[in-house]
Design a binder for this molecule. Structure first.
Ligand SMILES: NC(=O)c1ccc[n+]([C@@H]2O[C@H](COP(=O)([O-])OP(=O)(O)OC[C@H]3O[C@@H](n4cnc5c(N)ncnc54)[C@H](O)[C@@H]3O)[C@@H](O)[C@H]2O)c1
Length: 413
C-alpha cells in the first residue's frame, strides 16, 4: 500500500514536533513543505528522521498537488489567506483527501467561521489539531475509570492547566497578530481537554452544552519593568503599549442535555511559569473516583552540576520550553507522544482514508474559539457570560477582544 502523503504549510516549531511524531506512525510520509522560512531545514530534519523527502514547494497550490492531506502549521495571522489558497487549489483540481489545521482555529470567532466556510467549500474531511485530547495518559485514565463512570456517574469537575515561561517567537507575544495572549494561545487546549474529560462515556466531543463562562486575564510577570525590558530586547514587543495577558484562569459550566446535570471545567494558563519548562496538568473528579496527570513528573531526571553546565548544547531537547540547564532536571523521553501529537496524526490519517472527519473537525475548533473569545468577554466585562443567551451569541460573532485590538492596557493595567 502506498504511504499517505502529508504536506506542511509552515516549517517552524510545531512542524518540527510533528516530524518527530510522524516517526512513530506507519504508512505515512512527509511529501512536501511550503514555508516562507525554514523549508530546507525541515527537509533535512525529515530526511534525518526518515519520515519522507519533504520537498520544498514555492506555492500552496504546488504543495496541494503533491500531497494527500495538507497541514496548516503557519502562524495565526496568516490562517485565513492560506486557507483561501488551499480552497483555491482544491477548486483548481488538487486531489486532497483532507485538511488539517493547528489550534487556535481563528483569532476571532469571525475568522474561525471564515476558515470553516472555506473548508466547507472544498467538501473535504477536516481535522482540527488539538493534541491534548489525544494524550495517551488522559485517554488511559478515561478507559481505566470507565467502569466507575458507568456505575457512579460521569466526571463532575475537570481542571486543566498548560503553563510555561513564554513562547519562542515574537508574533506569539503580539496580541494583534496572535489574537490575544495566553488565553488565545493555550486556553484553547485546556478548555478543550476539560470538555473532553467531562463528556460522559461514548458521547460525541461536543455532547455537553456550554452554559456559561467566568474568566480573569492578568499580566503578572511580563508587565513589570524588568519583564517589559526583557520582552522588548528579546522579542521586540512593547508591553507598556500593547500588552497581552500572561495569566488566565476561568470556569466553564456545561449542561448534560439528557440529564440536566451541570458540570465544571476549570482552566489555568500562564506564560509566567518559571519552573523547569512546560507543564501540562489535568485532573478529573467523579463521584468516588479521580485521576491526575502532571507532565513534569517524569520517570527520568538528570542532574547537571555547575561545573558541567557549560557542556549543555540544547536544554530544550530535554523538555519543551526548558528554562534551566543545570541542577536536577525533568526530562521527557518522548514528548511528541506524551503530548498527543502521534495519536492525533493517526486519527486524522485513518479518518481521511475512510473519507470522514477526524475526531475533532474544524466545526469543533470553531466552538473552542467561541469559548476562548467568550472568556475574553467575561474578563473585560468582569461578569459571568451566559453562553445560551442569543444576544451574547450574536455579539460573539462580531467580537474582537480589547487585548487583540492592541488595547490591552484598558483591561490589564
Ligand atoms: N498544538 C500545540 O501544542 C502547538 C504548539 C506550538 C504551536 N502551535 C500552533 O502552530 C502554529 C504555528 O506555530 P509555530 O510555533 O510553529 O510558529 P513558528 O513561528 O515557529 O513557525 C511558523 C512557520 O510558518 C512559516 N510562515 C509564516 N508565514 C507564512 C506564510 N504566509 N506562508 C507560509 N509559511 C509561513 C514561517 O516561516 C515558519 O516556518 C500556530 O498556530 C500555533 O498556535 C500549536
Amino acid at each position: 500500500m502506498n504511504n499517505f502523503k502529508l504536506g506542511y504549510i509552515g516549517a517552524g516549531f510545531i512542524a518540527r514536533f510533528h516530524v518527530r511524531a510522524m516517526q512513530m506512525v506507519r504508512g505515512i510520509e512527509l511529501a512536501g513543505v511550503h514555508s516562507i522560512k525554514g523549508a530546507e531545514e525541515l527537509q533535512s530534519y525529515a530526511k534525518e528522521l526518515g519520515v519522507g523527502e519533504c520537498t520544498p514547494y514555492a506555492t500552496v497550490a504546488e504543495l496541494c498537488n503533491h500531497a494527500d492531506a495538507v497541514c496548516l502549521f503557519a502562524p495565526n495571522y496568516v490562517r485565513v489567506e492560506l486557507m483561501q489558497q488551499i480552497a483555491d487549489a482544491v477548486k483548481a483540481g488538487a486531489a486532497l483527501k483532507g485538511i488539517i489545521i493547528e489550534k487556535p482555529l481563528g483569532r476571532t470567532v469571525a475568522e474561525a467561521q471564515q476558515i470553516v466556510n472555506l473548508a466547507q467549500q472544498t467538501k473535504l474531511p477536516t481535522a482540527y489539531f488539538e493534541n491534548q485530547i489525544h494524550m495517551k495518559c488522559i485517554n488511559k485514565a478515561l478507559q481505566q475509570l470507565a467502569p466507575q463512570q458507568r456505575s457512579m456517574g460521569p466526571f463532575a469537575l475537570a481542571r486543566s492547566a498548560e503553563e510555561h515561561a513564554g513562547p519562542h517567537e515574537p508574533w506569539f507575544w503580539d496580541p494583534t497578530r496572535q489574537g490575544g495572549g495566553v488565553l488565545s494561545d493555550m486556553g484553547c487546549h485546556s478548555i478543550a481537554v476539560g470538555w473532553h474529560v467531562l463528556n460522559p462515556l461514548g458521547k460525541p466531543v461536543n455532547f455537553l452544552q456550554p452554559v456559561s463562562i467566568q474568566c480573569d486575564t492578568a499580566l503578572l510577570k511580563w508587565g513589570t519593568k524588568h519583564g517589559r525590558k526583557k520582552l522588548l530586547d528579546k522579542m521586540g514587543v512593547d508591553y507598556s503599549k500593547v500588552p497581552a495577558e500572561d495569566f488566565t484562569t476561568g470556569l466553564v459550566t456545561f449542561r448534560n442535555p439528557e440529564t440536566g446535570q451541570q458540570v465544571k471545567a476549570q482552566f489555568t494558563n500562564s506564560w509566567m511559569y518559571d519552573k523547569q519548562g512546560l507543564r501540562l496538568f489535568m485532573d478529573g473528579m467523579g463521584p468516588g473516583y479521580a485521576f491526575e496527570v502532571n507532565t513534569l513528573q517524569s520517570s527520568l531526571q538528570v542532574f547537571i552540576g555547575d561545573e558541567a553546565a557549560e557542556a549543555v548544547a540544547d536544554a530544550e531537547s530535554a523538555l519543551e520550553k526548558a528554562t534551566s540547564s543545570r541542577g536536577l532536571l525533568a526530562v521527557e523521553a518522548n514528548e511528541a507522544d506524551l503530548y498527543g501529537y502521534t495519536d492525533e496524526i493517526i486519527d486524522a490519517v485513518k479518518s481521511f482514508q475512510q473519507g470522514k472527519d477526524a475526531l475533532l473537525n474544524l466545526e469543533y475548533g470553531l466552538e473552542i474559539t467561541r469559548l476562548c473569545q467568550a472568556g475574553y468577554m467575561a474578563a473585560e466585562q468582569r461578569k459571568t457570560i451566559d453562553l445560551t443567551d442569543p444576544g451574547v451569541q450574536a455579539a460573539l460573532k462580531k467580537y474582537t477582544s480589547l487585548i487583540a485590538q492592541g488595547r490591552g492596557g484598558e483591561v490589564l493595567f
